[in-house]
Design a binder for this molecule. Structure first.
Ligand code: NAD
Ligand code: LMR
Length: 342
């Protein structure tokens, strides 16, 4: 078992605050869906990282302009653009991390699962190319529904004989970013100090913030728990409704994805103390995939942190049981999609 029951040391986490870090490295990062609402600001944030030597931007259209624009920033990463399926293999060769925000976003009234019919096929095709061209890369899946697209990716990689569960990550960092922000606001805490693990999955009630595990240790009334939990679970919808048809979270998502890329690059670079929440293959519960804190090292996930699930409150225990059927169904739907097509 990969489980670790120790409590990790938490360092304050913000995106790319280490611009003056004396260590510079040379990792290659690819973004698939790079001309989109998430892809563009994410490209900018990754371009700012001193750990990146090459930034490969792929999309089906409009990526040339994004790459030309970003390439004028005087940070080290070389920016290259790749357009359309015929350039995908070249984009992926030799990359260390592949980030996938390709796919359609929600409009008001839709669930993330309503995106399945379009995004499942997009993720499947992209992962086939990842399997063929950079099977050792860390894969970060942002495309929704994450609860299904990650199992889709796993099944495709298995079919291709290159599945390494330690390197496949569903990006749930935005849930943690939101939980930290909302809790700090509600409890008047210093933002950079707050760390709330968010477990389960990435849709509605499957998003389970473990407020009882908030660091620094914080007490909440029952009403606060209820209000904060619902706000965190509905935060994506809050943005979808505010954008009123123009898409879903892009800027906060880019921020969160950049944090997860930075964490991965630090891990690849040999840092021993890298912990992030992510939706991964897991033996923490009876479900085959589950989001929790994981320890990331040079070869991917080194341990799944089990201590967060110990000593839950009654509210959290009930919420955990309640989310399992929906999460299980979304996972199975993703797996079935790949097998139906085989
Ligand atoms: P967007 O429509 O602005 O951008 C998507 C991009 O993907 C477009 O540029 C499009 O051309 C590209 N694309 C479409 N098909 C492609 C393919 N086959 N290959 C490569 N690129 C392709 O959407 P967005 O706002 O950037 O959101 C993208 C996805 O991210 C959505 O599915 C959304 O639901 C999801 N999302 C996830 C989270 C999360 O927390 N995991 C948060 C926000 C959004
Ligand atoms: C989010 O949480 O913002 C994303 O999953 C996008 C969405 O559809 O809510």
């Amino acid at each position: 078992s990969l489980q670790a029951s120790f409590v990790p040391k938490i360092k304050p986490k913000q995106v790319f605050l280490n611009q003056l870090h004396p260590r510079a490295s040379s990792f290659k990062v690819a973004v698939l869906g790079a001309a989109g609402g998430i892809g563009q600001p994410l490209g900018l944030l990754i371009k700012m990282s001193p750990l990146v030597s090459a930034l490969h931007l792929y999309d089906i259209a409009n990526v040339k302009g994004v790459a030309a624009d970003l390439s004028h920033c005087n940070s080290p990463a070389q920016v290259l653009d790749f357009t359309g399926q015929s350039e995908l293999a070249k984009c992926l060769k030799g990359v260390d991390v592949v980030v996938i925000p390709a796919g359609v976003p929600r409009k008001p009234g839709m669930t993330r699962d309503d995106l399945f019919n379009i995004n499942a096929g997009i993720v499947k095709t992209l992962i086939e190319a990842v399997a063929d061209n950079c099977p050792d890369a860390f894969i970060h899946i942002i495309s929704n529904p994450v609860n299904s697209t990650v199992p889709i990716a796993a099944e495709v990689l298995k079919q291709k004989g290159v599945y390494d569960p330690k390197k496949l990550f569903g990006v749930t960092t935005l849930d943690v970013v939101r939980a930290n922000t909302f809790v700090a606001q509600k409890k008047n805490l210093k933002l950079v100090d707050v760390d709330v693990p968010v477990v389960g999955g990435h849709a509605g009630i499957t998003i389970l913030p473990l407020l009882s595990k908030t660091r620094p240790s914080t007490t909440f009334t029952d009403d606060e728990v209820e209000e904060l939990t619902l706000r965190i679970q509905n935060a994506g919808t809050e943005v979808v409704e505010a954008k009123a048809g123009a898409g879903s979270a892009t800027l906060s998502m880019a921020y969160a994805a950049a944090r997860f890329v930075e964490a991965s690059l630090h891990a690849l670079d040999g840092d021993r103390d890298v912990y992030e929440c992510s939706f991964v293959e897991s033996d923490l519960t009876e479900l085959p995939f589950f989001a929790s804190r994981v320890k990331i090292g040079k070869k991917g996930i080194e341990a799944i942190v089990s201590s967060d699930l110990q000593g839950l409150t009654e509210y959290e225990t009930k919420a955990l049981e309640a989310l399992k059927p929906e999460l299980q169904a979304s996972i199975e739907k993703g797996m079935a999609f790949v097998h139906k097509q085989a």
